[in-house]
Write a protein that binds this ligand. Structure first.
Ligand code: GLN
Length: 456
């Protein structure tokens, strides 16, 4: 990662990034550009460097912030209408840690509103375009962040991954994207989607950059009681020898070019002396159904706070309080947000709780156990990220279920809380980026990142 020094100033790095962001304006990557503040902060860092003072490990590094991270710079809208006008009084822990090391946020990135989606087409601000092919989706929900890194506008970008929102857009745009072990990075100050699967992570161009960001951002936080005691920096290096391949994903529902990319990496691993282990993981087939019950249930709860009274947008039309709630939520949420609120309240309702939510929770336990069994047989798993490469804009918007099906290989990790790292794995014949996903046991994040260098 290029940091500022006496010859290359932070102001230069930040101005270059802002210029590139404007040059690529038609990709619709940013919901906000932080010009004034970013340049002011860059000058402060340059002044420190000139005085010979110590600066942080990310001094002057421009980065992009997904629009669901709270900070007082710009509005935090989570790409929704209902949060329009909301300027946060607080700063997310992850943002504080990055900025304490000198990183400078140059803009907020576009996303599916409230992170509900797999293509960034559910954004109130319109879709982001894929870095390789403008006719295609950027992936989602962190589409803007992935494209900002892929087009080399910034050195890194933040993301959130509840069911694939970092790994899938990383794969669609050809960059590294990490969903850490659940609880590794504080969720404090990040707009909640599904609290039991939400993870904070990053998009980078190299594994070393990912490691550096994890060193900085991970750790226990008293403001997020689900954070794990600090383990990342203390991880002992462990040499992997056995790599698992999920046989259940080896079939015609996976695009031939993705299967070919996987096969190429398997050959590479074999040539380096790794043992390839075939895994049967039948419980993974329940993951998508369980996810689309558990997550909407948590979404319905987390989104109940947006009522037109406390944050952002308020409908003009209302003559009494009930109407104010209804109209604000009706006008302020995107259709996908509403769909999830309705499904969530349905599966939690007294007559259906046992039939849906409880059953999904049991399936989740099976999935957790399935990974535990798999990691008795291998050190890491190599898998596709999605069944298909980036699809065309508009191709799946009319049918939510076909969109959900693209998440089948990413959501199991979130249900189990295990880490997953998307690595770039070439391009299709049409020039669309392909990625693969490395999966490890809980808390193996650092070794997983290190191991990914074997596949570069
Ligand atoms: N695509 C998945 C969904 O729509 C994942 C979203 C996410 O990780 N935020 O739920």
């Amino acid at each position: 990662m290029k940091t500022a020094n006496k010859t290359v100033t932070a102001e230069r790095l930040v101005r270059d990034a802002l210029e590139k962001a404007k040059y690529f304006a038609d990709y619709n990557i940013f919901t906000f550009l932080n010009e004034e503040e970013a340049i002011k902060k860059a000058r402060e860092i340059d002044a420190k460097i000139a005085r010979g003072e110590k600066v942080g490990r990310l001094a002057g590094v421009p980065y992009a912030l997904k629009d669901n991270f709270l900070s007082p710079e710009g509005q935090t809208t989570a790409a929704s209408h209902i949060l329009e006008g909301f300027v946060s009084p607080i700063t997310a822990t992850a943002v504080e840690k990055l900025e304490a090391e000198g990183a400078i946020m140059i803009g907020r990135t576009n996303m599916d509103a409230f992170a509900h989606g797999s293509s960034t087409e559910n954004s109130y601000f319109g879709p982001t375009h894929n870095a390789c092919d403008k006719e295609r989706v950027a992936g989602g929900s962190s589409g803007g962040s992935a494209v900002a890194v892929a087009l080399d506008i910034v050195e890194f970008a933040t993301g959130t991954d509840t069911g694939g929102s970092i790994r899938q857009p990383a794969s669609f745009n050809g960059v590294y994207g990490l969903k850490p072990t659940y609880g590794t990075i504080s969720r404090y100050g990040v707009v909640a989607m599904a609290s039991s699967t939400d993870c904070i992570g990053f998009f980078t161009k190299t594994p070393d950059d990912m490691n550096l960001l994890m060193e900085i951002a991970s750790g226990q936080d008293e403001k997020d009681l689900t954070t794990l005691p600090d383990y990342y920096g203390k991880t002992k290096a462990k040499k992997a020898t056995k790599i698992g391949i999920i046989k259940d994903f080896d079939n015609d529902s996976v695009h031939p070019e993705i299967r070919k990319a996987l096969q190429n990496k398997i050959e590479l691993l074999k040539s380096k002396g790794y043992e390839i282990v075939d895994l049967e993981m039948p419980a993974l087939k329940y993951a998508l159904a369980a996810y689309y019950i558990i997550v909407p249930a948590e979404v319905a709860s987390n989104l109940s706070r947006y009522d037109g009274v406390r944050y952002g947008f308020r409908s003009e039309k209302s003559e009494n309080l009930d109407a104010l709630y209804k109209n604000t939520r009706g006008e302020g949420f995107m259709p996908e947000n509403k769909r999830r609120i309705m499904i969530g309240n349905f599966v939690l309702s007294s007559g259906f709780y046992d039939a849906y939510f409880l059953k999904a929770a049991k399936a989740r336990t099976l999935i957790v156990q399935e990974y535990a069994k798999a990691f008795e047989k291998c050190d890491f798993i190599l898998s596709p990220v999605t069944p298909n490469p980036a699809f065309k804009l508009g191709e799946k918007t009319s049918d939510p279920v076909t969109m959900y099906l693209e998440d089948a290989m990413t959501v199991p990790l979130n249900l189990a809380g295990v880490p997953g790292l998307t690595i770039p794995a070439g391009k299709t014949d049409d020039g669309v980026a392909l990625g693969l996903q490395l999966i490890g046991p809980r808390r193996s994040d650092k070794n997983l990142i290190e191991f990914s260098k074997e596949l570069a």
